[in-house]
Design a protein around this ligand. Structure first.
Ligand code: FPP
Length: 246
């Protein structure tokens, strides 16, 4: 008997990797329901999966990862569930502050933070501050994020600049809008993953996803494992991206 069990070999990595991955972390509620647990328990397990997958993306050399943690529409959920998701975000930020110092991950937040609790906003600012100069994975956490809200916000900024005489309306083009999105300066997502078996975009990165490849997977987010991400990477590598050309 060998003393050490051989580790499973690392899968061969595809030669073409996405630079930016977006993930709609869906299926927490159904995962909990299947187990007779409250929905908040599903979000708790989903938060663990989030931590694992962030590390895995870093390991795979992904440059940008954007996760959908809370949408502008999620306020319609029961107050108890909204509080549970906010508490998970708060706990994650508090628990991760030490890791933020040592890891090479740049953490950023995208969305409209006005309605968020002041202590969460302060923790978000601190996370951004502490990780600002990190050179590894850039992690965007979308909180109170909606693609339409983001586009309306960018349009408002442009209108304000035009009204102040700082921007001729004729200069408003796609680049001008991109530069006013919450993801300004970052590449558009190449690959967007949606687990849970739903086939919708749900207001996620509407502007940026014009040429993203979508991979929909029939697995609930709390069950999503690094091997599932690897499968999506392999599927992405098989796609032929033409960006409207031939
Ligand atoms: C969608 O599943 C998931 C959410 C609305 C919340 C996602 C939040 C987390 C994974 C945890 C908090 C995040 C961080 C960054 C710590 P759903 O509830 O719509 O699932 P269902 O469609 O099965 O009901």
């Amino acid at each position: 008997m060998p003393l050490f069990r051989k580790k499973a070999p690392e899968p061969e990595l595809p030669s073409v990797l996405p630079e930016h991955i977006g993930i709609i972390m869906d299926g927490n509620g159904r995962w909990a329901k299947k187990r007779g647990l409250p929905r908040r328990a599903g979000h708790g397990y989903g938060a663990q999966t989030f931590r694992t997958i962030v590390k895995h993306c870093e390991k795979r050399g992904i440059r940008y990862l954007t996760v959908y943690a809370f949408s502008t529409e999620n306020w319609k959920r029961p107050q108890e569930e909204v509080d549970a998701i906010m508490n998970l975000l708060r706990d994650y930020l508090k628990e991760s502050l030490a890791d933020f110092q040592t890891e090479n991950i740049r953490t950023r937040f995208i969305g409209n933070f006005e309605p968020l609790a002041p202590d969460i906003r302060a923790l978000m600012r601190e996370a951004e501050e502490v990780t600002r100069d990190k050179t590894g994975l850039t992690l965007n956490i979308a909180v109170n994020y909606g693609g339409r809200e983001e586009i309306a916000h960018a349009a408002r900024l442009l209108a304000e600049e035009a009204a102040a005489g700082k921007l001729p309306p004729g200069d408003i083009d796609e680049q001008a809008l991109s530069a006013r999105m919450y993801t300004a300066g970052q590449p558009d997502p190449d690959l967007i993953l949606r687990p849970s078996g739903e086939y919708r975009t749900s207001n996620f990165l509407l502007w940026q996803s014009a040429y993203a490849e979508y991979v929909f997977m029939d697995i609930l987010w709390p069950d999503f494992r690094p091997a599932d991400l690897d499968m999506a990477l392999a599927e992405y590598a098989r796609r032929s991206r033409r960006f409207g050309g031939v």
